[in-house]
Each structure stands twice: as structure tokens, then as C-alpha cells.
Design a protein around this ligand. Structure first.
Ligand SMILES: *[C@@H]1O[C@H](CO)[C@@H](O)[C@H](O)[C@H]1NC(C)=O
Ligand SMILES: *[C@@H]1O[C@H](CO)[C@@H](O)[C@H](O)[C@H]1NC(C)=O
Ligand SMILES: *[C@@H]1O[C@H](CO)[C@@H](O)[C@H](O)[C@H]1NC(C)=O
Ligand SMILES: *[C@@H]1O[C@H](CO)[C@@H](O)[C@H](O)[C@H]1NC(C)=O
Ligand SMILES: *[C@@H]1O[C@H](CO)[C@@H](O)[C@H](O)[C@H]1NC(C)=O
Length: 210
């Protein structure tokens, strides 16, 4: 009698540990989140288009961005996205040529978003940046923060600071393949914040279950 009782307890204990293990594994898998991939698909400065007659009065930069949420089961909340444009790829030598803010938005899992924005720039600065042969190189930087929606809750904000240099030809057009675009990159490690948060959560859950 006593034997079978302790056997039952053991089974119960065993299945509890298995459940805990599986739950932790599941939590770990479902809490991993990848930052969105952001690429410049198009970049055009009419002021540097040598065949454009009105180039000396045009202060616009047109940029097309693709924001790609590759997470299969997590939505992304973007804070306002700050874009800055500078006249030199070397940041220690560059000046702010223009800026633009894309309003905050929400992106579903596995979705791609496209933003085509006209930016008012300092045309003098853009023109001074051009080499004698008409081409030029600029710097694009992006600062924002994202939260991931994981099932029914949102993670804390993760800062995203990305940038790239963009060369343009003597027609003022970004000289990169439109298909691939230019990926905005970060120097900082990407997953530190998320891992710490995940560890904390799993730890908390274990405590609650015990
Ligand atoms: C450059 O200017 C010419 C003349 O206005 C125009 O035909 C051409 O489409 C412009 N280039 C781009 C990339 O818009
Ligand atoms: C950027 O410019 C600074 C100052 O002239 C120079 O020391 C540095 O090497 C340059 N960096 C690059 C990547 O060209
Ligand atoms: C545009 O850039 C030029 C050259 O750097 C500078 O002298 C001028 O003050 C700038 N204009 C504005 C409105 O910032
Ligand atoms: C234009 O000149 C710059 C600087 O001299 C050079 O890096 C670039 O390759 C040239 N572009 C073309 C198309 O010749
Ligand atoms: C973006 O710019 C706004 C206004 O200048 C500022 O309040 C916000 O903190 C900036 N966001 C980031 C991530 O730098």
C-alpha cells in the first residue's frame, strides 16, 4: 500500500520535472526574436542628376526602405524611426544633410513593409559632396527601438541603431542592385538584451512553479 503510494508520488514528481523541462524549452524557443532586416532599395538625389535641368533648385532626396520582419510568430512594434543623412561616409568628417522621421507602426509576423519617403536636404552640402566625375558617397543612419509581440505580451524596447554608406552615380541614383539593396548594419551585438530577458523569464517561471 505504502509502496504504491510513494511510486505514484515519484511518477508525479517525474512528470512535473518533464513538464518543467519542456515548458522551459518551449519558452526558450518562443522567446527568441530576430531584429528586423532593413534595406535601402532605392536612393535618388535629383540635385546630382547631371541631365536634370532643375537640379539647382531641387532639395529632395528620395529613399525607399524595406523593413522585413523575418520572425514567423512574432509581431514587431516600431517606435518612430529617425533617419539621418550625412554628406560623408566617414562619420567623423560628416555633416548632417537632412533628416526624416517615419511614424511608429506595427508589423505582423513574417511581414515586409515598404516606405518611400521624400526628405528635404541641404542641396549645397549634397553638391559639395560630389567628386569631379559626378559620383558621391553619403551616409544613412537609422535610430529606433522595437518591441516584439510574443503571444499575448510585449517585450521591452530594444534599441536599433543601424547605418550604411551609399554611393550614387552621376545621375544621383544609388549605385547598388535594386534587387538586393543595401542592408543597414549595426556594430553592436544584436541579441544581448533579448537573451537576458529570456533567461529572467525562464528563471521566474521555475520559481513560480516550485
Ligand atoms: C535625370 O534627369 C533626366 C532629365 O530630366 C530624367 O529623364 C531622368 O529620369 C532623371 N533620372 C532619374 C533617375 O530620375
Ligand atoms: C575618418 O576620418 C578621420 C579623420 O580624418 C580619420 O582619422 C579616419 O581614419 C577616417 N576613417 C575612415 C574609415 O576612413
Ligand atoms: C547647407 O550647407 C552649407 C555648406 O555646408 C552651409 O554653409 C549652409 O549653412 C547649410 N544651409 C542650411 C540651411 O543649413
Ligand atoms: C569618381 O571619382 C571617385 C573619387 O575620385 C572614385 O572613387 C570613383 O570610382 C569615380 N567614379 C567613376 C564612375 O569613375
Ligand atoms: C528620435 O527622435 C525623436 C525626436 O528628436 C527623439 O525624441 C527620439 O528619442 C529619437 N529616437 C531614437 C531611438 O533615437
Amino acid at each position: 500500500m505504502a509502496d504504491s503510494e510513494s511510486g505514484g508520488c515519484c511518477r508525479c514528481c517525474f512528470s512535473f520535472i518533464i513538464t518543467l523541462g519542456l515548458t522551459s524549452l518551449f519558452m526558450w524557443l518562443s522567446l527568441r526574436a530576430d531584429n528586423p532586416k532593413i534595406t535601402i532599395k532605392y536612393f535618388y538625389l535629383p540635385a546630382l542628376n547631371k541631365t536634370f535641368n532643375n537640379r539647382t533648385t531641387n532639395n529632395t532626396l528620395i529613399i525607399e526602405l524595406k523593413l522585413d520582419n523575418g520572425n514567423k510568430d512574432k509581431g514587431i512594434y516600431y517606435d518612430a524611426i529617425n533617419l539621418t543623412f550625412s554628406d560623408n561616409p566617414n562619420r567623423s568628417l560628416s555633416h548632417l544633410m537632412g533628416n526624416h522621421t517615419i511614424p511608429a507602426f506595427r508589423q505582423g509576423q513574417n511581414k515586409k513593409a515598404k516606405r518611400i519617403v521624400p526628405v528635404e536636404i541641404n542641396r549645397t552640402m549634397a553638391t559639395l559632396a560630389a567628386f569631379p566625375n559626378g559620383s558621391a558617397v553619403f551616409r544613412v543612419d537609422m535610430a529606433t527601438a522595437v518591441r516584439f509581440r510574443i503571444m499575448f505580451w510585449k517585450t521591452k524596447r530594444h534599441r536599433l541603431m543601424l547605418g550604411a554608406s551609399v554611393g550614387v552615380n552621376d545621375h544621383g541614383v544609388g549605385n547598388f542592385s535594386k534587387k538586393k539593396g543595401i542592408r543597414l548594419k549595426s556594430g553592436a551585438p544584436e541579441h544581448g538584451g533579448c537573451c537576458a530577458q529570456m533567461g529572467l523569464l525562464v528563471g521566474l517561471m521555475v520559481l513560480v512553479l516550485l
